[in-house]
Design a binder for this molecule. Structure first.
Ligand code: GLN
Length: 384
């Protein structure tokens, strides 16, 4: 059977991130691999979800998202970013931003098109492109160095259908500057390409406010803005995400979404709407501040343990260089750190488009309670 089995998935590899979570469980190691919080979600959300279930909000909601959540989203985007949208036609609520990304690409990309992605990048974008028959073109976006705009311009062509932007970025924490966004916007306009933005870490920022690509002049009509509740409200298992796009594109995204999943979980949409309506700048400010403390704690630990790492400007990961500690390739180092030290990272190579035998990087997630990070620190400081 295996010879005829697979189709589009033949080129897929297993998710390295989820594989490392399984390895951490197997060895009782502290899981700093998969990016999910180990602290509770705000009570307000949990109570609102429980109330919605008790009130029997238990059947399918409108396919593209409950009216209440779409209205709350339109208000939040208007208030925070000055973004105007029609909740009736421009917003699709999906099962996490993961579904929003794949539904968007399936809606806008034709087989043979090219999609540009920065390197390193979040592992899902590869399979997403394969599913819609596109080929990915990669451009390096290193930490602590400007984007090479000439190199980026050279990759754009009439075949370019879209560029995927993830800012703040997983795994580096790199944030695109307003100037870089402006240059990318100009290229999208020149080549009639879409900007598809994964903004899931929009509220986890350590240096200035988040700038959505859709707020740049001329970009609202060619941007699909993707985000979700997972990271902001510490509810990665709820699977509530969304895509905001002009009506025609939203129409196509909604068709894909309808046939893929019918809709996102109805009572949880209610709870996210309540959170969007009731939590204001105090909540978002505290969120960023608490994450800043976790970031500094993990960064200090890593540096004290012999890693080299730059402080991320956003998101909740540190991509750290271990070349002073070990000669092992990254997959073996990540396994060794799990079994011998009791802390699990993700091998850096799973975020790069091409292998490099000289690369010595692993990614640590710091969306964890202080005592989890302190325990990890105690173990990491004992690295021989
Ligand atoms: N975004 C999270 C991470 O990068 C979760 C990934 C996942 O489960 N695929 O770790």
């Amino acid at each position: 059977m295996t010879a005829t089995f697979g189709g589009r998935t033949r080129g897929f590899t297993e998710s390295v991130i989820r594989g490392m979570s399984a390895l951490a469980r197997e060895h009782g190691a502290i899981n700093l691999a998969q990016g999910f919080p180990d602290f509770p979600a705000p009570d307000l959300l949990k109570e609102a979800a429980a109330r919605a279930i008790a009130d029997d909000v238990n059947q399918y909601a409108i396919t593209w998202g409950s009216r209440r959540l779409r209205d709350a989203l339109a208000r939040k985007y208007a208030e925070w970013y000055g973004m105007a949208m029609n909740p009736e036609t421009d917003i699709t609520v999906t099962c996490g931003s993961t579904e929003a990304m794949v539904a968007t690409l399936m809606a806008i990309v034709e087989p043979g098109d090219e999609v540009i992605v920065f390197d390193p990048f979040y592992e899902n974008y590869g399979p997403d492109a394969i599913l819609c028959g596109a080929s990915l073109r990669h451009v390096p976006l290193p930490m602590g160095a400007p984007l090479d705009l000439e190199r980026l311009a050279a990759v754009f062509s009439p075949k370019t259908r879209a560029i995927i932007l993830n800012t703040p970025a997983n795994p580096t924490g790199r944030v695109l500057t307003r100037e870089e966004l402006g240059a990318i916007a100009a290229l999208c306009q020149r080549f009639d390409a879409w900007a598809v933005t994964d903004e899931i870490y929009e509220h986890i920022r350590y240096a200035g406010p988040h700038v959505p690509m859709a707020t740049l002049p001329g970009m609202a009509e060619r941007t699909v803005t993707i985000s979700g509740a997972s990271k902001t409200f510490a509810v990665t298992g709820w699977r509530i995400g969304w895509a905001i796009a002009p009506a025609v594109v939203s129409g196509a995204i909604r068709k894909v979404h309808d046939f893929l999943t019918v809709g996102a979980p109805a009572p949880l949409m209610e709870a996210v709407a309540v959170a969007l309506d009731q939590l204001g700048s105090e909540f978002y400010g505290r969120l960023a501040c608490e994450y800043c403390g976790r970031r500094n704690l993990l960064h200090d630990t890593l540096v004290a343990s012999g890693f080299r790492a730059t402080l991320p400007d956003g998101a909740y990961y540190i991509l750290a260089d271990y070349s002073a500690l070990s000669e092992l390739p990254d997959d073996r180092f990540a396994r060794w750190l799990t079994t011998e030290v009791g802390v699990t990272p993700v091998p850096g190579s799973s975020f790069f488009s091409t292998p490099d035998p000289a690369r010595r990087l692993v990614r640590f997630a710091f969306c964890k309670r202080e005592d989890t990070l302190l325990q990890a620190a105690e173990r990491l400081r004992k690295i021989p």
